[in-house]
Ligand binder design. Structure first.
Ligand SMILES: Nc1ncnc2c1ncn2[C@@H]1O[C@H](COP(=O)(O)OP(=O)(O)OP(=O)(O)O)[C@@H](O)[C@H]1O
Length: 870
């Protein structure tokens, strides 16, 4: 590294700026390039695949360097942020042509995973949340902020509640105090990108003042969070982070929405994962969200996800949504018309957020105008409807007609994608601009016109208009004609055979024409900025429009799903009951091969006669599917959606918990029995009479007897407690069926099958009573296990079952097990189906009746089968 006094001024400037952003990769604008230096260059070269070079740094030593053209910024920024880097964009703050000495530079934006606004960094259908977490041993606080939409949520509660919300909002970045980062990563989440801030930032007075300053209010009472200290600290930290990362124009973050635990049906992270609500993020993975999402706008898609993660716990609000869905199903034509407009609205929410951030392009502003036009059409149509709620929604739509007009009047229909090069302002908007354009377009003709005019006036046939850099436009006259030159012409130059003059008219014109293009651009940009500024006061109204469009989009999507997939309206009630007729699993159903039909099942649970169902049945029969569909129908009902069932009466539910026996969670690296027990403990400690619990093979992660004992006592515990949560318990421990005889509210059910020969056919119908077998060995056969192995398994099973009748302990049974009699491999075991057919052909052939030709043909047939394996 060069010594400071040997540095070039540019490198000195770079070092000073970089010292303020030590954690970020600094993209340093030099002319038409963004350059990176030293360790930043090494990172940039590796992540972006650009060339790393070395350059002398004003001294004998050299420094690494890697750069890319400025117009590739969005692409490269995206790659760096996706790779988990924070990126500081350092721009030239003055026109290099006008700069005295070194050009002034400064960081204009610090982009981090949670603070992305560029199109390339954002996914249409997902919010990009930054979470600020104030983690304490008591009441913690969290704020979720999406800078690309302007939404800000906050909440407070215990650590488990924070965890639930983090799982629901899935932030791209979590900021928290330095002192808590280690704990957070070790105990809560070690996957999401985190960034630690100084501990002092998480202080109540600092946070409170920061929020007041931002919202320009006297208190936070209007947002209902005045007394939520932890939530305020989190919100304040989020805003501090925005200031720290050079985000200053944030008028679009105009309110805080608080999340109150009792307002929503809660699910924890295991439940969200087990029910496969959001999928695993891979493109082709299936999820409930994908199965349900037929929204028309990105705003609708984002809201649908939120409705799924925060289903309502409020009879009135749920019914309000259901009423609207019912109305939209009934009034098909009306729904179609609204749908057509919604489709054209575009992503109003993200569009409007780009205005204060100064990132809105002319085309986006044009789309904003069109979006508002369609909102106006929706408003007018919905105001005619006889549905009161719809009319109330429509009344809140602000058509912003004046703004629409201004946009269409100002922005050219064929506006460019970026403002920087101009060409977006229409003719007729500004007189000076029109003049300049006229001059620029007709410059040459105008000069010719002057030439003609002066020729005629003076009678000088050799006169011509020309231009040079020294004195601009001039009139040139050969010496022979110089007597005819009028007195008011000013002579500027004498050449060997000609004289050059200027006139006041020519100079006046010259002033106009010279730099007309520059002036046009500057004026266009000024007019564009004025237009953007005039949108600022409308931001809140437009955000409200966006929110109404998103709600309508979701409700229309529910109506569409109900009609397309034959869903029905659930009845939500206060009584703690769950009664579903012909329930189906919406995701499995959509993925069934053509011609196959999903077998629907009824389910009934309450907290009197049938609080707990012990569900047994063969492997692969559909136990897990039945459990999940029960939860999903309940969840969909609480979202305000119709459900995949012919009828449903669903008691208002506060929590859905699902737990799957340990080995199902392998993907998370959490296959230990400890995790299974941890998760189960968190259920047992958090339930109420309104909760729905699904336990899928709990206890299987340990030895059989330990597992049965734990499962047994869990059922006893759930039935005996004062609050009686509705519970479905799927298990292969048939011993648990005994509980029905001992406990009043426990009932046995099984999923039916039929045995033909040694085959099992799944009927998938739920029926009362337990089942005795799991048919695991049949499933192993279906999966292609060698016959000798499954035969031996059948022997072992028979012996165990025989001994078990006598009641001897497991270890004793195993010790007394007869050794395998015939564990030699049959030559056809483990071979493919095709080779098995050789066996079949040989055993079916009667050699005594075979003619020599037939024998040869058989031989050929066998040879062909074997040939395929050579
Ligand atoms: N009611 C149904 N109608 C049609 N197909 C179904 C139904 N239920 C389940 N299936 C299909 O059967 C497969 C197995 O179901 P599921 O995983 O629920 O079985 P399981 O009894 O839980 O098995 P295991 O005990 O081995 O975990 C599912 O992936 C699904 O494709």
């Amino acid at each position: 590294m060069a010594k400071k006094d040997q540095e070039t001024p540019l490198m000195k400037q770079h070092r000073e700026i970089k010292s303020r952003y030590p954690d970020a990769v600094l993209l340093f604008r030099v002319g038409d390039f963004y350059e990176t230096f030293a360790s930043d260059a090494v990172i940039a070269a590796r992540v972006l695949g650009i060339t790393l070079t070395k350059r002398a740094n004003g001294s004998a030593s050299s420094i690494e360097l890697a750069g890319f053209p400025h117009f590739s910024l969005e692409t490269y920024l995206h790659k760096l942020v996706k790779a988990g880097y924070r990126v500081a964009v350092c721009d030239q703050l003055e026109d290099p042509k006008l700069a005295k000495g070194i050009v002034k530079r400064g960081v204009t934006e610090l982009v981090t995973p949670g603070l992305a606004t560029g199109d390339k960094l954002l996914e249409n259908k997902s919010n990009n949340f930054l979470a600020a977490l104030y983690l304490t041993d008591g009441i913690s606080g969290v704020a979720f902020l999406d800078i690309s939409t302007g939404e800000l949520f906050c909440a407070e509660g215990d650590e488990a509640y924070m965890d639930k919300l983090l799982q629901s909002f899935q932030p791209s970045e979590i900021i928290l105090a330095k002192g808590r980062q280690k704990y957070f990563r070790e105990h809560i989440d070690n996957k999401t990108y985190t960034f630690a801030l100084d501990d002092w930032i998480f202080q109540d007075t600092y946070a409170y003042d920061g929020l007041l300053q931002h919202f320009k209010t006297q208190s936070l009472k209007g947002f209902g969070i005045e007394d939520m200290r932890a939530a305020i600290i989190a919100g304040g930290a989020a805003l501090h982070y925005l200031r720290d990362t050079e985000h200053s124009n944030l008028q679009h973050i105009s309110s805080i929405q608080k999340i109150i635990p009792g307002d929503y049906l809660m699910m924890d992270r295991f439940t969200i994962r087990n029910l496969e609500l959001l999928g695993n993020g891979e493109e082709h993975s299936m999820s409930l969200l994908k199965a349900m999402d037929h929204t028309q706008t990105p705003m609708g898609a984002r809201l649908l996800k939120r409705w799924m993660m925060l289903p309502l716990f409020d009879l009135y609000k749920i019914n309000q949504r259901l009423d609207l869905v019912t109305y939209l199903i009934r009034e098909q034509d009306f729904a179609d018309q609204i749908n057509r407009d919604i489709r054209q609205v575009g992503d109003l929410e993200r569009l409007i957020s780009r205005v204060p951030l100064k990132k809105a392009s002319p085309r986006e502003i044009l789309q904003l105008g069109k979006g508002l036009q369609h909102m106006q059409a929706i408003r007018e149509r919905a105001l005619q409807s006889e549905n009161t709620v719809l009319r109330q929604l429509a009344e809140q739509v602000a058509p912003c007609t004046e703004l629409q007009e201004r946009i269409f009047r100002t922005i050219d229909e064929a506006a460019p994608a970026v403002a920087a090069k101009g060409g977006m302002i229409r003719d007729g908007v500004h007189e000076v601009l029109d003049d300049l354009r006229k001059i620029s377009r007709s410059g040459k003709e105008y000069l010719l016109a002057i030439q003609q005019q002066e020729m005629q006036k003076t009678g000088i046939s050799s006169l011509k208009v020309a231009f040079n850099n020294v004195f601009g436009y001039y009139l040139e006259v050969t010496h022979v004609h110089k007597d005819k030159v009028p007195a008011d012409w000013i002579r500027k130059q004498t050449l060997t055979n000609a004289e050059r003059y200027i006139t006041p008219e020519l100079k006046e014109y010259e002033e106009k024409i010279l730099g007309a293009e520059d002036k046009i651009l500057a004026l266009e940009l000024e007019l564009y900025q004025q237009l953007l500024q005039s949108i600022d006061p409308m931001i809140n109204a437009i955000q409200l429009n966006a929110s109404i469009a998103a709600q309508l989009d979701c409700l229309l999507c529910f109506a569409h799903n109900a009609v397309t997939y034959n869903y029905h309206r659930p009845e939500i009630c206060e009584e703690p009951v769950l009664e579903i007729k012909d329930a189906r699993h919406p995701v499995i159903e959509q993925r069934l091969p053509p011609g196959e039909q999903y077998v629907a099942n009824d389910i009934f649970l309450d907290n009197e006669s049938q609080q707990i169902i012990i569900l047994t049945g063969p492997n692969m029969s559909g136990k897990s599917a039945l459990l999940r569909q029960t939860a999903i129908v309940t969840l969909m009902a609480h979202m305000g959606s119709y459900v995949p069932a012919s009828a449903a009466r669903i008691g208002l539910t506060d929590k859905i918990f699902t737990r799957v026996g340990a080995s199902d969670n392998l993907s998370g690296g959490e296959s230990t029995f400890m995790v299974e027990m941890n998760e189960t403990a968190s259920i047992i400690n958090n339930i109420s009479a309104r909760s729905l619990i699904l336990l899928d093979e709990i206890g299987r992660g340990t030895s059989t007897y330990d597992g049965i004992s734990i499962a047994w006592s869990i059922v006893e515990y759930l039935q005996e407690r004062k609050e009686r949560p509705k519970t479905l318990f799927a298990t292969h421990y048939h011993e648990l069926n005994e509980l029905e005889n001992r406990l009043q509210r426990v009932k046995n059910y099984h999923i039916t099958h039929r045995e033909t020969g040694n085959q099992v056919i799944f009927l998938r119908k739920l029926a009362p009573g337990g089942s005795r077998h799991s048919f695991g060995i049949q499933v192993a056969k279906m999966a292609g296990m060698p016959a000798a192995l499954t035969q031996r398994a059948e022997e072992v099973l028979a012996q165990l079952e025989e001994k078990h009748q006598g009641g001897s302990p497991a270890l004793e049974q195993v010790k007394k097990m007869k050794p395998a009699q015939h564990f030699q491999l049959n030559i056809f075991d483990g071979l493919s189906e095709d080779l098995r057919s050789i066996q079949h052909i040989l055993t079916q052939t009667d050699i005594n009746t075979l003619t020599p030709v037939e024998a040869l043909m058989k031989l050929n047939e066998l040879k062909n089968i074997v040939k395929a394996y050579e």
